[in-house]
Design a protein. Structure first.
Length: 317
């Protein structure tokens, strides 16, 4: 028996009771979509299944990642609770048992709509008939698919930032740092998704049917590829930052060389000014000084000019 439960087919307060009744029927497979409902209803619905304390605690805390535990005391079945995020940072919670799947997603970009096609209920019923793990795979795969376009947009954004850096845009550095933070957050979401799927692979015949193992292995490979792309994008952003800082340091070095050159010239000019002390300037300009004084003055001026030309040739000034 296949039952699809959501707020459109069953009043919200009655959902936990309906889940409890149907879960007791070994022939029933359940799917409940609580995306339009408050999270408290998700917690109550999970509690209605009578799962282990570890699962109940994980649902209350809602930490990212995977929690797997025995479905209940003395039960041979297992239950998995997953908290995942799409590339757009929209959270999705999934509670998976061999005969039930309860989901709740936040935001418009939950990532599930296109995966279920134009007739979601028929698609869900078909997948659920093959196993709750098949339906869970489809929904998690949809979340994984959201990362490819996000990484494409990140690559385009990085190209634009690099152009801004080349042009010397003063706001480019701040934009690049924001971009790096976004990529780090993206890598974290991908890593959680990868570790979750990898964890599920260890529960063949308890949570994942032998027929579904191939799908989950392919999904893990796809997510691993996305993780490598995210890491490469992050490294590219780091390289862009390093190149920008190197360019800034080079520009500072050029400035310091020019200041050093100017200082050298002015030091010689200071020596010339020292010749015309407070007591000598009047006599010098009145022509009272001997020729040796003007010879020394000319020599100092020539040295200043020569030093300036040499520094100019070396590009220091």
């Amino acid at each position: 028996m296949i039952r699809l439960l959501h707020s459109n087919t069953l009043a919200s307060p009655a959902l936990p009771a309906a889940l409890r009744a149907l879960h007791g029927d070994g022939s029933a497979r359940l799917y409940a979509d609580l995306s339009a409902e408050p999270r408290s209803l998700f917690t109550e619905s999970v509690a209605a299944l009578g799962l282990s304390e570890r699962i109940s605690t994980a649902v209350r805390r809602a930490h990212a990642g995977l929690t797997v535990a025995s479905a209940g005391k003395g039960s041979r079945e297992w239950a998995a609770y997953m908290v995942l995020r799409s590339a757009g940072n929209h959270r999705a919670e999934l509670l998976l048992t061999p005969d039930a799947l309860i989901v709740r997603r936040e935001g418009r970009e939950g990532g599930f709509a296109y995966a279920l096609g134009e007739d979601p209920e028929a698609r869900i019923a078909d997948l659920l008939a093959r196993g709750t793990d098949q339906l869970a795979y489809t929904l998690v795969d949809a979340l994984a698919d959201s990362f490819d376009p996000a990484l494409d947009r990140a690559a385009e954004a990085l190209e634009a930032i690099e152009e801004q850096l080349v042009k010397g845009d003063p706001g480019a550095l701040e934009t690049l740092l924001d971009h790096k933070r976004e990529l780090l957050a993206l890598r974290f979401r991908v890593s959680i998704l990868r570790e979750t799927v990898n964890g599920l692979l260890g529960y063949e015949k308890t949570l994942i049917t032998p027929e579904g193992m191939g799908y989950y292995r392919d999904l893990y490979g796809s997510i691993a590829r996305v993780g490598e792309l995210a890491e490469a994008s992050s490294e590219q952003a780091s390289m862009a930052l390093d190149l920008h800082l190197t360019a800034v340091n080079n520009a500072l070095s050029v400035t310091m060389k020019r200041l050093t050159g100017i200082t050298a010239v002015l030091a010689l000019a200071g020596a010339l000014a020292g010749l015309f002390g407070m007591s000598e300037a009047g006599a010098a300009f009145a022509g009272a000084e001997a020729s040796g004084f003007w010879l020394v003055t000319g020599l100092v001026v020539a040295i200043c000019g020569g030093v300036a030309l040499i520094l100019r040739r070396f590009g220091w000034i």
